[in-house]
Design a protein around this ligand. Sequence first.
Ligand code: ATP
Ligand code: MG
Length: 457
Amino acid sequence: MIRKLLRKVFTPRAAKSPPRGEPARIPVAQHGIHRERVSSFAVKVCKTLQDHGDQAYIVGGAIRDLLIGHIPKDHDVATSATPEEVRALFRRSRIIGRRFKIVHVMSGPETIEVSTFRANQSEETDRLGRVLADNVYGTQAEDAVRRDFTVNALYYDPMTETILDYHHGVADLQQKTLRMIGEPRTRYREDPVRMLRAVRLAAKLGLIIDPAARAPIREMASLLENVPTARLFDEILKLLTSGNAVRCIEQLREEGLHHGLLPLLDVILDQPAGERFVWLALENTDERVRADRSVSPGFLFAALLWPEVTRNWNARQANGEVAQPALFEAMDDVLGTQAEQLAITRRIAGDIKELWALQARFNKRTGKAPFRLIEHPRFRAGWDFLNLRAAAGGVPQELPNWWDRFAHAGHDQREELLRAAPPDSAASARKRRRRRKPAGKGGTDEAPAPTTQANDA
Ligand code: ATP
Ligand code: MG
């Protein structure tokens, strides 16, 4: 319906182009976004700024999303006021400065990101053309030019309900095209992360990347190595928790962005077709995001790296290492490489290890251990993870089913479940081996059953 409306309302670009440098002014009768459909707090922020004599618009993702019928997840405001002026106008606000100064204005749980119009001053670049300083203030037209895609350069004035469209973004959206503003190669050189944004936004919005913007990606992918890891990590996390992770990853593979980009993506994308675990984990994440349930980065990365851990662990055991210490060595090996290259924070790394270590404890279904395990604060997350492994065929479905019943059972039922549980396969395999090899050396192919708190973090 929305597409039909867009088609009916928007005349082709050639028919009614505004003078050069002037935006098309699209009235509400054409675009249909009434003030009530945007965040009332964002409206208030714009109004306060305008009352103060400044220009202020809701910009970027929110307007783009509304035009295609998505609910925006947040609202950004662009203004002619400087960060200091914005800060002075809102009691609950603070200036934050990563790559450039912006102001977070808060109300209840909502945060509006207010940025000052900036010009694309690409004078200060590194030797590969990456823009280092991006904080020269400019006019609104300059601000529109420095944005990445035409569909992201739409400015909505909530007072007049007019959209200012500098680069035919509305027409591109209508034609389902993600088009770069300016010359794509230059724009990727200025900021290689735009390649990842292209893939993520196309997957999220169901747009086709315009051929001119798509073609250079493959050959320029290596520029991503030059981007600070923390920023890449943020972008990868956005991509993986967008609710379209599966589609994004498939698209990355198509664009040739999957090699050498990030060791983590190599791990994901090089899975042999038979290895279903990672894809199941991604599908599961997409479902959670779409159902508005939380996704923890720890769980996500624990899942993505799990096949790597099990490979390493199995290899160690095949070399005669004892199962439990071998698992911890394998965890350290995998996290060592990834945490460094991916800037996985210490806290997330702790969460990941905890989840992995819990997996080993699910094998022990005798004595007091199960009672202790279900009291573990991360039991639920550990169980979700176990269930995912079962769905991928890594462990019998009987195992998560048993734990689910045990966790919800009463006292007598629990005793019954303990009696009925199959013996700890890892432990019995160890025993068999010990009988064969009195020295007690050698491991099993299965998960061990540690009795101690299995976390060395
Ligand atoms: P979403 O919030 O749905 O992930 P978004 O487009 O709103 O998508 P943000 O990261 O919130 O993404 O950025 C807000 C706006 O800032 C964008 O719409 C775009 O206009 C501009 N922008 C963001 N990143 C870049 C970039 N790397 N280069 C140029 N402009 C950018
Ligand atoms: Mg946004």
